[in-house]
Ligand binder design. Structure first.
Ligand code: ADP
Length: 186
């Protein structure tokens, strides 16, 4: 049996950066749905063409599409050997239900990196990614509150939610995460 984790947090909460550190230290496979979609856009695959407009507008890619991509990735041999850390998935209750089916008992921990809306807005404006227009940022945050925040309750009920204060230096935040992982899993 392997172990799986998810990392949740508003856009700009630093979850991508922290996910890289976690994956390295605990030797789990980092699966970022945003990175996978951006790679598809770059390669110009059918998925990429379909996803680009939605991503630029800050909209979500449909559950049916993203669930298929994640399912395929989780079935790969490296994941069954090493376990996984999902970053950017699940983002809706529909995705969480799918993940439960896919991962069943392997999902051990859901980390929520908590940073306020005001703080993440400032961070995103200053990082200047291509899809970080003001409208897209506002829309992504709105969708986060509507679609993704309810997942906190879902993971609480599953008994695996761990809330981490995301304010502070990268190192400080990472130390909090490590403490939570050691507490819950090891
Ligand atoms: P951010 O956290 O800033 O939104 P991501 O890299 O996680 O950045 O995602 C970029 C975009 O990719 C999202 O705005 C969305 O359009 C799409 N996306 C990524 N993950 C998902 C997902 N799980 N469900 C639906 N859309 C997704």
């Amino acid at each position: 049996m392997t172990f799986g984790m998810v990392i949740l947090g508003r856009q700009g909460s630093g979850k991508g950066t922290q996910a890289v550190h976690i994956a390295e230290q605990y030797e789990v496979i980092h699966i970022s749905t945003g990175d996978m979609l951006r790679a598809a856009v770059k390669e110009g695959t059918e998925l990429g063409i379909q996803a680009k407009g939605l991503m630029d507008a800050g909209e979500l890619v449909p559950d049916s599409v993203i669930n298929g991509i994640v399912q395929e990735r989780l079935q790969k041999e490296d994941v069954s050997r090493s376990g996984f850390l999902l970053d950017g998935y699940p983002r809706t209750v529909g995705q969480a239900i799918e993940l439960r089916n896919l991962a069943n008992d392997d999902l051990k921990l859901a980390i929520n990196l908590e940073v306020s809306i005001e703080e993440v807005t400032e961070r995103m404006i200053s990082r200047g990614r291509e899809d970080d227009t003001e409208e897209a940022i506002a829309r992504r945050l709105e969708l986060y509150e509507a679609e993704t925040a309810p997942l906190l309750e879902w993971f609480t009920e599953e008994g695996i939610l761990c809330r981490i204060d995301g304010l502070g230096s990268e190192t400080e935040v990472y130390a909090r995460i490590v403490e939570a992982i050691e507490d819950k899993i090891l």
